[in-house]
Design a protein around this ligand. Structure first.
Ligand SMILES: C[S@@+](CC[C@H](N)C(=O)[O-])C[C@H]1O[C@@H](n2cnc3c(N)ncnc32)[C@H](O)[C@@H]1O
Length: 228
């Protein structure tokens, strides 16, 4: 048995693992954006996004021209912020058409034109052949909450997680970085699952709490690199 298949989830499936849930969510968020200009939820908060972006800026491994892909980009705010910081080669994908419509509307309003968006199912068979933006390799691949959502799929979550791992492996360049932020998995669980093909480059510090003598984190952000 591979290390990844031993990483069992210790939480139950939920509607957050279904496309119907995300379609409904983004339909609502588009209406709200049109009416009030509200961009919707930034998962795990703005601080969490800033920590990832600050790390990328400070690590000395990434230039602003390097290709960046945001997996399950939702409203695309991570990419908007990257565009504001000067990155020029940005792509966002999500399987919900509503998410991509919302992301495009937000970028349009912000007059940001350097982001390419595509509707993509990251766990679909042959997705790295059938979607143009997944036929390329990226220096930086970002996941904030998407592996979490995939892990909540009611049936066959392990199959979906394994398909997702296969997709990520195909699109991260040999010297690339996979930056994953999760609230469902601990650092140890993430490493155990991804270690078939990736190794830890760095843990991005996140706020921790103490309870009953145990130290824990509400959100985990780690940077992985492909195993050579
Ligand atoms: C928790 S939200 C995070 C959104 C965004 N990354 C953020 O940080 O605000 C999870 C996102 O993953 C997307 N998603 C879930 N499963 C997916 C799949 N199989 N392919 C592509 N996108 C998926 C959902 O539509 C949703 O936008």
């Amino acid at each position: 048995m591979s290390a990844s298949s031993e990483t069992k989830r210790d939480f139950v499936s939920s509607e957050l693992g279904t496309k119907e849930y995300w379609d409904k969510t983004y339909d609502r968020e588009i209406e709200s954006f049109k009416e009030f200009g509200d961009v919707g939820e930034i998962w795990f908060g703005e601080d969490s996004q800033e920590r990832v972006l600050d790390w990328l800026e400070d690590c000395g491994l990434v230039t602003i021209e390097d290709p960046v892909l945001d997996l399950g980009c939702g409203n695309g705010i991570m990419l908007i912020e990257m565009a504001r910081r000067g990155y020029t080669n940005l792509t966002g994908v999500d399987y919900s058409e509503g998410a991509i419509d919302l992301a495009k509307s937000v970028a349009h309003k912000e007059e940001i034109t350097c982001i390419n968006y595509q509707v993509v199912d990251l766990v679909a068979d042959d997705c790295t052949e059938k979607y143009t933006c997944l036929t390329k390799k990226y220096k930086v691949v970002i996941d904030k909450g998407t592996y979490d959502a995939i892990s909540l799929i009611p049936d066959d979550e392990m199959e979906a997680r394994t398909a997702y791992l296969r997709t990520v492996k195909r699109i991260v360049s040999d010297n690339g970085l996979f930056v994953i932020t999760s609230c469902n998995w601990t650092e140890q669980q993430l490493l155990q699952f991804w270690e078939t093909d990736f190794e830890l480059l760095e843990k991005i510090p996140t706020p921790s709490f103490q309870f009953g003598g145990q130290q824990g984190n509400t959100v985990t952000s780690i940077v992985l690199k492909p195993k050579s």
